[in-house]
Ligand binder design. Sequence first.
Ligand SMILES: Nc1nc2c(c(=O)[nH]1)N[C@H]1C(S)=C(S)[C@@H](COP(=O)(O)OP(=O)(O)OC[C@H]3O[C@@H](n4cnc5c(=O)[nH]c(N)nc54)[C@H](O)[C@@H]3O)O[C@H]1N2
Ligand SMILES: Nc1nc2c(c(=O)[nH]1)N[C@H]1C(S)=C(S)[C@@H](COP(=O)(O)OP(=O)(O)OC[C@H]3O[C@@H](n4cnc5c(=O)[nH]c(N)nc54)[C@H](O)[C@@H]3O)O[C@H]1N2
Ligand code: SF4
Ligand SMILES: [Mo]
Length: 717
Amino acid sequence: MTASLEKTSSATVRGACPQDCPDTCAMMVTVRDGKAVEVAGDPDHPFTRGGLCVKVDNYLDRVYSTDRVLFPLRRTGPKGSGKFERITWDEALDEIAARFTEISAQDGPEAIMPCSYLGTQGILNGLNVGDPFFAKLGATIAERTYCDSGSCTAYAMTIGDTAGVDPESMVHSNYILIWACNVMSTNLHLWPFIAEARKRGAKVVVVDPVKTRTAKAADWHLPIKPGTDTALALAMMHVIIRDGLTDDDYIARYTVGFDELADRVAQYPPEWAAEETGIPAEEIERLAREYAGAQPSVIRIGVAVERHAGGGQTVRALSCLPGLVGAWRKPGGGILQLPLWAFPVNWGAMMRPDMLTPGKRVVNQFLLGEALTGEMELDPPINALMVYNSNPVVVCPDQDKLVRGLSRDDLFTVVSEQFLTDTAQFADIVLPATTQLEQADIMFSWGHLYVSYNNPSIEPLGEAVPNTELFRRLAARMGFTDPVFQRTDDEMIAEAFDWTAPAMQGITVESLKAKGWQRLNVPPPDAYAPHAEGGFPTASGKVEFVSSAAAGGNFVVPLFRQGSNDFQPGDPVDPLPHYIPPRESVRTNPELAAKYPLNLLTPKSHAYLNSSFGNLEVHRKVQKDPTVLINPIDAEERDITSGQRVRLFNDRGSFTVAAKVDKSVLPGVVVSSLGGWRKDSPSLSTLASVNPTTFADLGNAPTFSDTLVQVEPCVDA
Ligand SMILES: Nc1nc2c(c(=O)[nH]1)N[C@H]1C(S)=C(S)[C@@H](COP(=O)(O)OP(=O)(O)OC[C@H]3O[C@@H](n4cnc5c(=O)[nH]c(N)nc54)[C@H](O)[C@@H]3O)O[C@H]1N2
Ligand SMILES: Nc1nc2c(c(=O)[nH]1)N[C@H]1C(S)=C(S)[C@@H](COP(=O)(O)OP(=O)(O)OC[C@H]3O[C@@H](n4cnc5c(=O)[nH]c(N)nc54)[C@H](O)[C@@H]3O)O[C@H]1N2
Ligand code: SF4
Ligand SMILES: [Mo]
């Protein structure tokens, strides 16, 4: 118990938002007589400044929801029926241990597969919490490349695993290029810094097929055809080099491969890019000139930038741009991807890759449907699945197949959850998980440079346990005695960071517990220009226009793969940035487009966090029923009017939603946002039923934006 928990009569406890969101807001939880009565932001936090967001302002609705899973449950009805009975933890653990042991003995341990993601992103309870357990078990390795794996690979190939630009120093930026990022919804607390820069004279430009809230607030919106971003970035480089807008001194000192890059981008003139992207050549010329001329300029890339066939190359090209124009010279100049790289997290101690059996089978989670239905040839087949921190039925592509797989009577499924999600409905055993108020954790951020500590503010409700405790209990019941499974939360926190790293100087567990958050020991935002004189964490120490890491082929950043550092089989990667067009588009696949002419985008919902909160009344009121945005031209062709129920479909599946005829999307593009639950959908399916399982070019990234569909009015409408 922490000191703060003991003061239960009335106290304010310092915490941190657990959601998979770049902002990692500092939270203040007011507790009265053991009950949390208010959750608010910490006004002193320099990045989040006292605000939470529409999702987490109402966090108490989540914590105290009557729908919470508070006790272990065993299925009593058919799979998916949602019928369960309460059992004890002992019964649940006995059954899981018995089934895992039996399946492992009969089929080999690879017949067991974990499936997890980022329900919470705490270092203790988040991405890697189950890794040592499943490594010890010898289970199939689940490759988790939902988010930014392609982007990270490409970024690291070009400029190394640098934090990039400090978002707080963006007040000094003169030109802010927001690329495939809906800041107003997905990175809300960055906006005031952008607004401040703008007040000081910066221009804000958004590249997005959709006129989003963010695009509406910008000075200039460039509506680009989905998946063609690399063409725009390459053409910008073409203009910059052709017109001598480069910073030649910076290039000479701190980059490698300029001549080769110049030759390469000579092949990509603006007229060509205009055809690909739908953005007129004059506008591409203007964008390139403005971006190069207004130093320091910054590019803020969203995760969405990677979600098409050539997503890796998009990030390669975008990561080259700042080096060409010397943007890195001053605070506020460069590229902002994930400042997560600044945090010296001791991933090895969390993931324990040393415990893996060499040569262990790897299955990517996007392919879970294929793996469970047997469509993917697996020997042994997957006969047990354990899901935690994730809701694959909603977030994983190829939903119909996944649901078929989860419905298998001979599959033993365990789900650790806060709620009976669409996935938990298919479980044999459901285990109750705590919320952030009920657990301790320590947090990095992928949107700012502050370490945060989450003090627990209330006792766990019912019999819910943190994920750390869940895996301690499971390991004990399996008879695993390794010290890694005996670690207390405090011992794990002590191992969570390399506390001796320069970035952690002045930061201790004690100071964090007391303050809630502390800035990494890095220069203040006004002086933060880490690459003013090169010093990139690449093999050459420079920006690598010609990437030396490309020789390794299509690899997955270890973070996304339980620590295994194996290279993926794959074609060698061209060491220079190049254009890979989308797989599913009218231009590249006319045959498919004849049947399915509209490009579906599935961005984030404003009021949900992925599928989290999609079941809560207060959030659903804000988000409203799922819709699809469709341009008036496409709507008219199909006799579709706003409010009408429509069906979106392709060869993979279909789902129905209400149409919203709206000029904010380009003709040929339709938009339906992620997060609504399958069980609430009239078609008993969501957008995940039409998304492909194909990978992007780097890091096995998803290709959610590379999806063609047809839309038609529903017959019963
Ligand atoms: N409210 C809210 N905030 C969130 C989340 C949430 O679910 N809800 N999720 C969190 C998570 S896990 C993540 S990864 C981040 C993601 O944050 P973002 O990257 O901002 O995520 P998206 O909303 O998916 O996409 C942003 C924009 O990219 C555009 N886009 C899609 N495809 C393309 C393309 O091919 N080219 C271009 N140029 N633009 C494209 C979409 O139209 C959309 O407006 O948000 C985090 N924050
Ligand atoms: N079509 C489409 N698909 C997408 C995306 C997209 O933009 N479009 N985005 C992708 C991206 S970027 C991401 S990051 C993924 C997100 O995929 P997920 O990380 O699976 O996201 P959620 O749907 O929020 O599911 C998290 C689940 O974890 C549970 N949870 C929360 N805290 C805890 C805890 O402490 N313990 C346990 N045991 N459970 C907990 C929550 O209740 C929730 O049900 O989705 C990906 N899928
Ligand atoms: S979801 Fe994001 S913006 Fe909302 S409170 Fe959490 S960290 Fe802050
Ligand atoms: Mo994500």
